[in-house]
Each structure stands twice: as structure tokens, then as C-alpha cells.
Write a protein that binds this ligand. Structure first.
Ligand SMILES: C[S@@+](CC[C@H](N)C(=O)[O-])C[C@H]1O[C@@H](n2cnc3c(N)ncnc32)[C@H](O)[C@@H]1O
Length: 252
């Protein structure tokens, strides 16, 4: 069993305890390599990268984050990430005692990242939580995948359609991969090639009924989007009138 020590995640992160457990299990798998590299899409304050930053086996971290946006979301609201720059993140990490020498940052979308030829063992996608953006992040990140690599998605419940589409794409390509949605967690993972052959079922407790999970996600998202975007006016007589309003801006 993976034990979550607060020292592994000393910085506030938007991940739950169960999500953090999945990240530590991925780190455990990567520990089988002589060394590994990590690409994080969506870092915010740096909370989800700390176990990897502290790990001597992790030789490089690239943090790609289109900073200071009012970020659209499948729940029909916009989330305000303004005021947090990569400098805020780096100072935050350093003030918690982390050496940030192996950390490189890029302010923008992965679709704009100019460097070629870099490849990563672990890719964590936790940027904009819309299906379109999640698919964009995945498809542009693909050119930075090592042959054997692990890709994790956070907030699977919000971007489940993108993740279903990615699974379909990989199946149509006959890719050698295994997909696991971790039970009671917002994390799901793709394990490619050698990693697909590891005994993942012992390490990860998988969601037993994916179709049921997707139906629950759909219901939750429909209700959230309706609350955020739909106004219902009920006249004294006659039919209710539905109108769509702008997405409200919500803070973190
Ligand atoms: C949910 S937060 C990341 C949380 C972080 N992984 C953690 O656990 O603490 C989402 C981040 O995605 C960033 N973001 C927004 N649009 C993005 C994009 N197009 N590409 C990459 N990151 C983006 C935001 O600036 C924000 O820092």
C-alpha cells in the first residue's frame, strides 16, 4: 500500500489524497528505470510535481502552463488562474526547500511549445478542463512521448469524453497500451508498451464499471452546466423559457 506522507506534497495541490496516491504509484513504477523525465501540463502552484522534483531519479521536469487565464471548463464556469505566474510557482517551491535546477517552464499551450526532440517517460495532463483542450494537450504531447511511457489525466470526471476519444484513437491505431481509471480518484492513466505489460492490476485499484462511471460523470456535468449557464423563467401561464447566460467567473 502506498502511504501518503505530507512531506511528499507540502504545497497546496488541486489533487485529492487518492489522486496523490496514484501519482506516488506512478513514481514507484518509474523508479524501475535508471532515470526518468516528467512533462507536466498545468502546474499552478507546483503542488503535484513535488514528489518528482524531490526524486533524484527524475532528471528533468518540463512544466507547461498557459498562465493567468480565465479558464473554460466543462462545468460551464470559468476558473480564474490570474495572479499566479511561473515565478510564483518557482519561489513557492524554493521556499519549501526544493531545488528547482532540473525544472524548465514554458508559459503557453503545448501546441505552441517550440522545442523538438525532447521525450518524456511520464506526462501528466492537468490543464484546461474542457474535452477539446484535453484532447489538444494529449495529441500535441504525443510527439514528446518516449516509446515506453505513462500518461496520466487529472479530473477524468470533467474530461471523460476526451479520454474516451483518446482510447478510441489508440485502439484504432492498434497501439500497445493499457488504460486504467483509478477507483475513487479523479486520475486515469495510459500505460504504453513495456509499461502495459507490468502487473498494473495489483498496483492500481481500477474503476470496476467504466460505463457506469461515465454515465455518472455525464449527469453531474449536465447539472453543473445547467446551474451555471441556464436561466429558467416560468411565466404565470404557459411554458418555461430557457435561456443561456455567459459562463460565470469562479475563483480557485
Ligand atoms: C487544475 S490547475 C493545475 C493543478 C496542479 N496540477 C496541481 O495539482 O496543483 C490547472 C492549470 O492549468 C493551467 N492552464 C490553463 N490553460 C492551460 C493550457 N492551455 N495549457 C496548459 N496549462 C493550462 C492553469 O494556468 C492552471 O495552472
Amino acid at each position: 500500500m502506498t502511504v501518503i506522507t505530507p512531506s511528499a506534497f507540502p504545497i497546496s495541490s488541486q489533487t485529492s489524497i487518492a489522486d496523490k496516491e496514484v501519482l506516488l504509484k506512478i513514481k514507484q513504477l518509474l523508479g524501475q528505470l535508471p532515470s526518468y523525465t516528467f512533462l507536466e501540463i498545468g502546474s499552478y502552484l507546483g503542488g503535484s510535481m513535488t514528489p518528482f522534483l524531490a526524486d533524484a531519479n527524475c532528471s528533468k521536469i518540463l512544466s507547461i502552463d498557459e498562465r493567468e487565464r480565465q479558464q473554460p471548463d466543462e462545468r460551464g464556469a470559468k476558473y480564474d488562474y490570474s495572479g499566479i505566474t511561473h515565478d510564483t510557482m518557482i519561489k513557492n517551491l524554493q521556499s519549501h526547500g526544493f531545488n528547482t535546477e532540473k525544472l524548465e517552464v514554458f508559459d503557453g499551450s503545448i501546441s505552441q511549445y517550440p522545442k523538438k526532440g525532447e521525450v518524456y517517460d511520464f506526462i501528466f495532463i492537468d490543464g484546461e478542463h474542457t474535452d477539446w483542450a484535453c484532447f489538444r494537450d494529449y495529441i500535441h504531447a504525443e510527439k514528446f512521448f518516449k516509446h515506453d511511457c505513462i500518461v496520466a489525466f487529472h479530473d477524468t470526471n470533467l474530461v471523460y469524453k476526451a479520454i474516451k476519444i483518446i482510447n478510441e484513437l489508440l485502439a484504432a491505431r492498434n497501439a500497445h497500451f493499457k488504460f486504467i481509471k483509478a477507483k475513487d480518484s479523479a486520475m486515469s492513466c495510459l500505460f504504453f508498451n513495456q509499461f502495459a505489460s507490468v502487473d498494473l492490476d495489483t498496483l492500481f485499484l481500477a474503476e470496476p464499471d467504466l460505463d457506469k462511471f461515465y454515465l455518472e460523470c455525464e449527469a453531474e456535468l449536465l447539472l453543473a452546466a445547467a446551474r451555471n449557464r441556464i436561466t429558467v423563467t416560468k411565466p404565470w401561464r404557459g411554458e418555461a423559457v430557457y435561456s443561456v447566460k455567459d459562463a460565470p467567473l469562479l475563483s480557485q
